[in-house]
Design a protein around this ligand. Sequence first.
Ligand code: PMP
Length: 433
Amino acid sequence: TAWTPAIDKALEARRKHLPNTHPTYFADPIAMARARDCLFYDERGLSYLDALNNVTLLGHGHPRLVDAATRQLGRLNTNTRFVYDTLTEYAERLTATLPDGLDVVYFVNSGSEANDLALRMARFLTKRDDIVIIDDAYHGYTTVVADVSPSRYRNYGKPDTTHPTPVPDRYRGAYGYDDADAGAKYAQHVIDTFDRLAAEGRPPAAFLYESLLAGGGQVVLPPGYLEPITAAAAERGVLTIADEVQVGFGRLGEAFWGFQTQGPGVVPDFVTMGKAMGNGFPMAAMVTTREISRAFDPAGRFFSTYGGNPVACAVGLELLEVVADEGLQHNALVVGQYLRDRLAGLADRHPLIGDVRGQGFYSGVEFVRDRETKEPASEETLTICERLKDRGVLVYPTGPSWNILKLKPPLTFTRGHADEFTDALDAVLETGW
Ligand code: PMP
């Protein structure tokens, strides 16, 4: 029989057993063999710079994490009804990164579960059903969270209890970068939604937000946005949920949690987290106050078989220590800004670049066909990603029109990596796509 490359065999098997369930990046998908720090290596031995991985916070295969996981796997891994120190030690370390009062942790296994649980508690405690969100968000795949994720419910119809508010996008939205009050003005839309719903006799249970909008198109929340919303919510008995699944754990540089970049007055009732939490090891959590936890479940009947398992806790604990020991939040702040400065420099020569924005190592480069009309350059963006891949650089589009490069490298990304990325993008834009 004729020799078939491994990737063809793998793709054939995917078509059979995973027809639509596990989509792949790129027209010509990559068979990835291994990865280390900021580089991937495919089965042919070609290397790729990883600018798309917001799961791998510490870089791929970090030796301290590999050690922590394997040591714990060999020592004890069980469901969570036994007593082991890593669980409590980790919960203590994790809550120490959060504002006072947020001290009760529910360990789960995915960002979807964390949001699902927060919504369930908010609805139970307030005895209300309606949820206010920011448009174009994605909060996960379970039934409850798909119902508050516009990119999902658009396929089956918006649930009556979901209320999207305008994306506070200062590039495309009603209030721009030149408006110093943009944050307050976008916030007013959310507060007006609280009041409109209350007037209709259906005040909302919760406001669910991401601290930097990923699905919305890498939109940095304008200063002064979350503070008035948080205050208005507290006055009206609306609980707030910060979805930190994409941006938590120091990625935004200025603070460990994204909501903290909006000022000290922003303390959510629930914080949900996942992805980077285990550097790729599947784990997630929802953190809330003792008061909320007790009111929801005084008998302590919450149980997740794998949530907070010993290996996950060992990995999570080590990750927090590595972020601190290696100064990774600071690196995100400084090198993240350096990367954006270099990308903004390209805009002088490449009119396709409409906007460069972000915080720390979470950035977006928005491509437009015309800077006046801001017509999204969607096809071009995907082609640019393909051409970058040919040059050994991996990044992928995001946003409602898929015309924004979503840059989310490991926090170990260096200035050298930032230069490599920018030079490759420059070359692709120069030579055409
Ligand atoms: N919230 C946000 C902001 C996300 O980006 C995602 C995943 N992309 C989720 C929640 C869901 O997380 P998971 O895929 O771990 O269920």
